[in-house]
Design a protein around this ligand. Structure first.
Ligand code: 4UW
Length: 539
């Protein structure tokens, strides 16, 4: 059967993301502080954001010659002006691709090349890496813009400061109707159910839809009282959309990374009431011995998403802090919100659940033969809705594999739904590994391992660490019997670590095997090795 959302459908306007912001849907006063940088305490008001977005968009066209549909890569940790810059790109009719700031040069280069980026916005500390990657794909130095002033470069704030708005039509780009469903706003990277990282095309309509769907569910959020604190990186869809969700009215305090003292200190300092989080941070909070040192009385709600939280941890943190701790669920390909537990009040029936299906969405749970299952039966979760991506960029095969002819996207997660409409995600059957909520594509790590001169084959699977409440990449490898000396576990871990961003390191360990099990057509039987690893963990 097809499961419907229990929320009343919401009307989704065919407007651009920038139009949504400028229409001021929450009637936010222009002088209200809407973004604060938790470390520097610098702030932007709603009026400054709107003004800055328009001006930066205009400056991009006038000063650097950005053309419609040009892609701009943003490569840095969270900055005060990050959201202003990305919305400015949209105002110039450009496309944004956000890059993980800890990427190595080859990883960055891959994304630049794959997305066809023509411009890069970064910070002076990352300039060396940026110029190296830019050069390799022929992006000239003049197309690199910084968030801070530096001689020889344009910077976002200065570009905004010297741009004048005249109020004439066309000063910032806008369109409506069908084109909003077609035009890509963001190219976000995800490995989907299989293979390496791919660019997910999210349109203006996808994002505008997801914001409306989210606000249909989150009726308790009070623009006058709530303050949101997040350490989540903007480059990942979780924070990117949250910024979009909240910046239209709810004040957000951003941090450039996670540090328990800074995080707790900011809850106290800014009287944060709501903090979107991930399981390892929930665990870190629970275990932190000096929690009582901080005044956390403003904190009312934590949502954990991006990886499974676990019922025990959910309840333990809830009881420790005496607040609501619930889960949200979604994926890059769905812009990302598809499920969340309503946080209006404590709902014991929702414990352990990722929540109810978003408004305007439909779900199917299917078995291996694609037969539709009923309430309570575990199967693969498929989702359809206005927030589901247009497809993988320039990759029709991967798109056809992910979205069926009826428009259902295969999440690659195993789930069941109960009669109250609560979904429970019980396993992940797609290849993806989640290290602290961040994606690690096994295929990418395997391609490095398979290039190792003394290895013949490999398979990378997740190893769950209860100590850190996260999965860790773990490698099964076949060593070349002729190799002398034989490679060691440490040498292999170092080999991969030297080639990938830190979250992709094989932290779980390495096991030498004589062969990697495969089916007759040569496809790796990951499940066999994953089960084997789980068994040995239990012993
Ligand atoms: N339980 C179990 C969960 C859960 C989960 C995600 O990197 P991506 O593509 O995307 C994300 C999105 C996070 C997110 C979605 C919706 C939302 O409202 C929100 O804020 C509350 C955040 O992480 O990874 C997608 C994959 O991550 C796993 C699952 O396998 C999914 O397909 N995942 N949330 N609560 N697994």
């Amino acid at each position: 059967m097809i499961f419907q959302s229990h929320y009343a459908p919401v009307n989704i306007p065919e407007i651009t993301i920038q139009r949504l912001l400028f229409s001021n849907p929450c009637n936010t006063p222009l002088d209200k502080v809407i973004i604060t940088h938790g470390i520097t305490d610098r702030k932007l008001t709603f009026g400054q954001v709107m003004d800055g977005v328009k001006k930066f968009g205009k400056a991009l066209r006038q000063e650097v010659g950005l053309k419609p549909s040009d892609t701009v890569a943003v490569f840095c940790p969270n900055q005060l002006y990050y959201p202003v810059a990305i919305l400015g790109v949209l105002c110039a009719n450009g496309v944004v691709t956000t890059v993980n700031p800890v990427y190595t040069v080859p990883e960055f280069r891959f994304q630049l090349e794959n997305s066809g980026a023509k411009y890069i916005i970064t910070v002076p500390e990352f300039l060396e890496k940026t110029l190296e990657a830019a050069k390799s794909v022929n992006i000239p130095k003049e197309n690199v813009i910084l968030f801070e002033p530096m001689s020889g470069y344009k910077d976002v704030e200065a570009m905004i400061a010297r741009t004048r708005l005249t109020g004439e039509q066309g000063e910032w780009d806008d369109f409506s109707g069908e084109r909003c469903r077609e035009q890509t706003a963001y190219l976000m990277y995800s490995s989907g159910t299989t293979g390496k990282s791919k660019a997910v095309e999210l349109t203006h309509y996808n994002l505008v839809a997801n914001i409306h769907q989210y606000f249909r569910a989150v009726t308790w959020l009070d623009a006058d009282k709530d303050v949101v604190l997040t350490f989540l990186p903007y480059y990942h869809i979780y924070a990117l959309t949250y910024v979009m969700h909240f910046m239209i009215g709810i004040p957000v305090v951003i941090l450039p990374g996670f540090n328990i003292e800074t995080y707790l200190g900011c809850i106290e300092k800014y009287r944060a009431s709501f903090t979107p989080s991930v399981p390892p941070v929930c665990l870190a909070m629970l275990k932190y011995p000096h929690l009582n040192k901080y005044d956390l009385s403003s904190l009312k709600r934590i949502v954990s998403a991006a990886a499974p939280l676990g019922l025990e941890l959910e309840l333990a943190l809830k009881n420790r802090l005496d607040i609501l701790v619930v889960q949200g669920y979604g994926m890059t390909e769905a812009s990302p919100y598809t499920h969340a537990v309503d946080m209006e009040k404590d709902l014991p029936e929702s414990y352990g659940s990722v929540g109810r299906l978003a408004a305007n969405m439909e779900a199917k749970i299917v078995d291996e033969d694609k037969k539709e299952l009923a309430y309570g039966e575990i199967g693969r979760l498929l989702l359809r809705g206005p927030n589901v991506m247009k497809g993988y960029y320039r990759n029709p095969e991967a798109t056809a594999e992910a979205i069926d002819s009826d428009g259902f996207y295969d999440t690659g997660d195993l789930a069941f739904v109960d009669h109250n409409g609560y979904y429970f995600v019980v396993d992940r059957v797609k290849e993806l590994i989640k290290y602290k909520g961040l994606q690690v594509a096994p295929a990418e790590i395997e391609s490095h391992l398979n290039e190792h001169p003394n290895l013949l084959d490999s398979c990378v699977v997740p190893l769950y660490s209860a100590d850190e409440a996260t999965e860790l990449p773990f490698a099964f490898v076949v060593a070349d019997p002729a190799a002398n000396p034989r490679p060691t576990e440490k040498e292999i871990q170092d080999y991969v670590a030297a080639r990938v961003a830190p979250h992709k390191k094989i932290r779980g360990g390495v096991r030498f095997v004589s062969e990697i099990p495969k089916n007759p057509s040569g496809k790796i039987l990951r499940r066999v090795l994953r089960d084997q690893l789980q068994q040995s963990q239990k012993q």
